[in-house]
Design a protein around this ligand. Structure first.
Ligand code: ADP
Ligand code: MG
Length: 545
């Protein structure tokens, strides 16, 4: 086949398809332009899910008459020059969005910077006077009218509006000084004014009740400056959806798989399978330490120092959820479960306390056991119910984690296996002795396994090693995850199974152990280990309040 140069029209269409693939991308690019222009008010109007009209109006710096034509020309931008390509501080920088909109639909760009307002028509390139306040309005009509294939693949109007709502919600969290409004078919959908508490408005009161705030402050390592701060939910507040993971890098909303994985890893062992935390997290680092130019929508990022990012995300989230004492309060209907956060300052080891003193402890004094499964205790503010198996499982897990070593069991005849040369080399570079695995290899063509973890449950060591290899990219925390997985098995096997009768002394000892255990309020599968029904809640349930 002969190689031919494409016409500029075809090149434009291909490039357009990358930047503007659906109505919400028009909205995103326009909002980013308005933020870059220093706007404090951004108003978005859409008709028919953005198919017939998308209009984004701002009160930013505006564009001069002379720049209108360049603004809609491909690869023309005021934000980037050949020198600063590695130091992008603007939301946009490729000079493609407006040009793509002009290809994808009928574009009218109106703006006023000085005294007079001007507009350019993207079809005719005519520039004519227009009445406009200071700032800019971008109108795109009949999106994709010349690209029938795109129209065929468009999602329903309602899902475009949902996507726009999610996008604006997220951007509004990061830019709390800017007012945003969204109207669809002349009906108001969103309205954020400058005084609103964005976290509250977007994530709701329930999240606020169940959220912990932390701020690492500025933190220096290897010449890098980094800071992470924001709200994260306690583990017992979890959702099936990913939509409540708001991650911002230098205030830019990202949907980055690496960061999402780090957050989930930080919550490892505290959440039920398949559930996700809700977070609104801000990672700030010098612009030269992060590359946003990896994806057409700039939603994925690369970090120059991934290890530093990994450490700060995992450690700070884990510290925050570990230090928080949480308890579940069942409130009367219709509200679902709520959590209250407590920092308990009680002393744990004192067994000589009398009943009155024990009642003052965080989990109170044990009264009796039901069905050999739950402990009923009384504390100063009401009733405590403990799932003895779930609680003990967590206690044992945290205890083994402190010792941080699993004994190993030597094999009479070593197992040999070839994982592939690179993988063999990788495995040999790890310190697997700490989980009881002893290895040797002559020249990395084959691995000899001399010892395996000594555990009550069976561990398929080859499978485990394959799993570690598959996750090599995120290795340092995944390694931790595997250690935890194995430890979890040990914990489960040596726990006080449901069905064991306990005397009051044993029950009280268990309560004291829960109080001093990290992550003590959830079992290793993410279920609560205890529930509190305060007098206040009991009164409410009996309608005394
Ligand atoms: P980029 O944002 O990558 O520079 P765009 O195609 O989005 O590319 O915009 C091209 C140029 O038009 C911008 O560099 C900016 O100078 C100007 N511009 C676009 N939108 C606005 C706006 N809302 N306010 C002021 N200037 C704008
Ligand atoms: Mg732009």
């Amino acid at each position: 086949m002969k190689i031919k140069l494409l016409s500029s029209k075809t090149i434009n269409k291909i490039a357009t398809g990358e930047v503007i693939d659906r109505p919400v991308s028009v909205v995103k690019e326009c909002i980013e332009n308005a933020i870059d222009a220093g706007a404090s008010n951004i108003q978005i109007d859409m008709m028919r899910g953005g198919r017939s009209l998308i209009s984004v109006s701002d009160d930013g710096d505006g564009i001069t008459k002379d720049d209108l034509l360049l603004a809609i020309t491909r690869h023309a931008t005021s934000k980037l020059n050949d020198e600063n390509i590695d130091k992008i501080s603007y939301m946009g920088f490729r000079g493609e969005a407006l040009a793509s909109m002009a290809t994808a639909g009928q574009l009218i760009l109106q703006s006023k910077q000085g005294i007079d307002g001007w507009q350019i028509n993207g079809d005719t390139m005519d520039i004519t006077p227009v009445a406009h306040r200071k700032g800019t309005t971008v109108k795109v009509q009949n999106l994709f009218h010349s690209m029938p294939n795109r129209i065929r693949f468009l999602k329903p109007e309602s899902s475009e509006i949902v996507a726009c709502t999610n996008l604006i919600n997220a951007i509004a969290i990061a830019h709390s000084n800017i007012c945003f409004s969204l109207n669809h078919n002349d009906k108001s959908i969103l309205n954020f004014n400058s005084k609103s508490n964005r976290i509250f408005e977007v994530l709701g009161q329930d999240f606020i009740n169940n959220a912990l705030y932390f701020d690492t402050g500025e933190y220096y390592q290897d010449m890098s400056r980094i800071r992470l701060h924001g709200h994260i939910s306690v583990p017992t507040y979890n959702r099936k959806t990913y939509n409540n993971m708001f991650l911002f890098v230098n205030k830019r909303l990202v949907k980055d798989a690496f960061l999402q994985k780090l957050v989930r890893t930080a919550y490892f062992n505290t959440l039920p399978e398949g559930m996700n935390p809700s977070v609104a997290l801000f990672l700030d680092l010098p612009i030269e330490c992060v590359d946003v130019n990896v994806h057409p929508h700039k939603t994925e990022v690369r970090f120059t120092n991934e290890n530093l990012v990994r450490d700060i995300v995992i450690q700070s989230i884990r510290n925050t959820i570990q230090n928080a004492k949480t308890r579940v309060i069942l409130s009367s209907k219709p509200k679902a479960s709520q959590l209250e956060l407590h920092d308990s300052g009680c002393s744990y080891h004192d067994t000589k306390k009398n009943s009155a003193e024990l009642k003052q402890e965080y989990l109170g004094i044990a009264r009796f056991q039901i069905q050999n499964k739950y402990i009923v205790a009384e504390n100063a503010s009401g009733l405590i119910l403990v799932d003895q198996h779930a609680a003990h499982e967590r206690i044992v897990l945290e205890h083994i984690k402190c010792c941080n070593k699993i004994s190993s069991q030597p094999l009479l005849i070593p197992i040999t296996h070839d994982f592939g040369k690179a993988a063999n080399e990788f495995i040999m570079s790890l310190n697997l002795q700490m989980i009881g695995i002893g290895l040797s290899s002559e020249d990395f063509t084959i691995i000899n396994i001399h010892s395996i973890p000594l555990l009550p449950g069976n561990v398929d060591v080859i499978e485990l090693l394959y799993d570690i290899i598959n996750d090599s990219e995120l290795f340092s925390e995944v390694f931790q995850v595997h250690v935890n997985k194995i430890l979890q098995k040990v914990a489960c096997h040596s726990s006080i199974r449901a069905g064991r009768q306990m005397n009051l002394n044993e029950m009280n000892a268990l309560l004291r152990l829960i109080e001093k255990t990290s992550f003590g309020s959830q079992c290793v599968h993410g279920r609560p280990t205890y529930i509190e029904l305060s007098i206040h809640t009991l009164n409410k349930m009996f309608e005394r309040e």
